[in-house]
Design a protein around this ligand. Structure first.
Ligand code: CP
Length: 529
């Protein structure tokens, strides 16, 4: 019998499931919806986990109605053991770490955790932590974590139900979608999940409607473009309507007042006005337009006014109803109840592999002894010379980074370091560290050095000759340093969260790195504390 590839999986971001896996989930949701409509109890029962010992825990550290209650109702459908941590009265408020909290609940025979938090990347961390806890305590399986919304990062289960609703709207045709996303695109996690979520459609056209203060962050905008979406931006609904080429699917989001800083909050009335649908717009939008909204709506300032509730524009109620079906299927998949017949691509996370491709051995010409240096420092007879450190940066940056290299690699003892201009490019400054009689750096330290000074060369000198020479390039992963940190204070790995989680970054382009947990983009220099 084939292993159920969904069983025990976490869903931390929408991209944790492949295209095939998402389509399979939607197909199962569609089937269940039909059986429920037909009241076909025999078929409906085939979807149930039906195990009173199977533990599902809801841990909502931020408020919720739809996500929490639809998961609760989905768990009740499955006839499992459902628990809810009262986070207003838990030891989280006594400064207990998330690791200790979730380890405790895992130890009480719970298999799936549904987690909402202000802290971004929490589920990603809990997944790792849970694996270690399960191993230490010889549990049969590590727990799975479902991200029910983490700060302004992602809301993958909302994305699943949104995409299911769009497919339903399109009569299950996944060829193309033209959608307008209007609202707080900066702080709204549901629209961030769309950068990968909408990939279920072959051709995607996205119109982003938000004033500059609430605009889609570059990371998600770039991701949309990289995913082949056609993206157009507008600063207000008025501007969008004036452009004339409108989508028939509009997706609104609420201004996320609780996540805005004071500067943006002060302008909330002006900003809200730009992303609120008004009565006078009704005659100007295309025939057959449907509005969607993840909800909640603000009762005083709804971006979709309530007078539209009983008009054909209302798609958000069907969307909300779909939440329960989608979450029933998701729980069934992760519990291993559904999914045995899945045959498609299984999503494997990238960036997890470590390799040594950042070390390139260069040819050496041993017949010429190395020359005296013009700066007056005698070359060493034997030992280690690290050259081209931070070439092209300022003298201050070079000195700062050399100090970091010495500290990190513990290059204490005899020798020296200096800043000089490159022989080949006289305007370019670079740093050099030399250590007489120092042996080769091991792979671990070479990796550290590659992360600290990409582009540098490492020279092993023997009898005044360069015996070996390596050029180091930036590794795909930067981790294991005490002085790197994600600069997002809402990230679970930021020191302000007090969780003591080491930061880790993945290279996404030449000078761009994302935090493993919250996916905030950093330049190389922004990584270092
Ligand atoms: N859509 C959504 O996440 O709603 P809740 O905040 O009520 O869960």
């Amino acid at each position: 019998m084939s292993r159920n590839t969904f069983k025990g999986r976490s869903l931390t971001v929408i991209n944790d499931f492949s295209y095939d896996e998402k389509m399979y989930l939607f197909q199962k949701a569609r089937e269940l919806k039909q059986y429920l409509k037909e009241e076909n109890h025999e078929k409906i029962d085939e979807f149930r986990i039906n195990d009173p010992d199977f533990g599902i825990y809801e841990v909502f550290i931020e408020d919720s109605t739809r996500t929490k209650e639809s998961f609760k109702n989905a768990a009740e459908f499955h006839r499992v053991k459902l628990s809810n941590l009262d986070t207003t009265h838990s030891s989280i408020n006594k400064q207990e770490s998330f690791a200790d909290t979730f380890n405790t609940l895992t130890g009480y025979d719970n298999s799936i955790f549904i987690v909402r938090s202000r802290q971004e990347g929490l589920c990603r961390w809990l997944e790792e932590n849970g694996r270690n806890y399960a191993m230490r305590n010889e549990l049969k399986n590590p727990p799975a974590f479902i991200n029910a919304g983490d700060g302004k990062h992602e809301h993958p289960t909302q994305e699943l139900l949104d995409d299911f609703t769009f497919l339903e709207h399109n009569d299950w045709n996944a060829d193309s979608i033209h959608i307008a996303l209007a609202g707080d695109l900066f702080h709204g996690r549901t629209v961030h999940s769309k950068a990968d979520g909408l990939k279920i459609f072959k051709k995607v056209k996205v119109d982003l409607i938000a004033p500059q203060e609430l605009a889609m962050p570059d990371y998600y905008l770039d991701k949309m473009k990289k995913n082949g979406f056609e993206v157009n931006t507008f600063s207000s609904i008025q501007e969008y309507i004036d452009n004339g080429n409108m989508a028939k699917i509009w997706y609104f989001t609420r201004p996320q007042l609780e996540r805005m800083g004071d500067a943006v909050l002060k302008k909330q009335d002006i900003l809200r006005d730009k992303i609120t649908f008004k009565k006078e717009f009704i005659d100007k939008i295309p025939e057959g337009t449907i509005f969607y909204h993840p909800l909640p709506r603000h009762k005083v300032f709804p971006s979709i006014p309530t007078f539209l509730d009983s008009t054909p524009l209302n798609g958000w109620e069907r969307q909300s109803i779909n939440g329960k079906i989608i979450r029933i299927i998701l729980l069934g998949l992760i519990a291993g109840k559904i999914g045995d017949d899945f045959t498609g691509e299984v999503k494997v996370r990238q960036h997890t592999e470590d390799d040594v491709s950042f070390i390139q051995e260069l040819p050496v010409h041993n017949n010429t002894p190395i020359k005296d240096c013009s700066e007056g420092v005698k070359p060493i007879d034997n030992g280690l010379v690290i050259d081209h450190i931070f070439r092209g940066r300022t003298e201050f940056e070079i000195r700062e980074q050399m100090a970091r290299i010495i500290k990190t690699l513990k290059l204490y003892g005899k020798g020296g370091e200096w800043v000089t201009s490159s022989r080949a490019e006289p305007g370019m400054m670079k740093g050099i560290i030399f250590r007489p009689n120092h042996g080769e750096l091991g792979t671990k330290n070479m990796k550290r050095l590659a992360s600290l000074a990409p582009g540098c060369t490492v020279n092993i000198i023997e009898n005044k000759h360069v015996e070996k020479k390596y050029r180091l390039s930036m590794p795909q992963k930067i981790y294991n340093f005490s002085d790197i940190e994600c600069s997002n204070t809402d990230c679970i790995s930021n020191h302000e969260q007090g969780e003591n989680i080491p930061s880790e970054f993945y290279k996404i382009s030449e000078n761009k790195f994302i935090c493993k947990y919250c996916e905030k983009v950093h330049t190389f220099m922004e990584i270092w504390k």
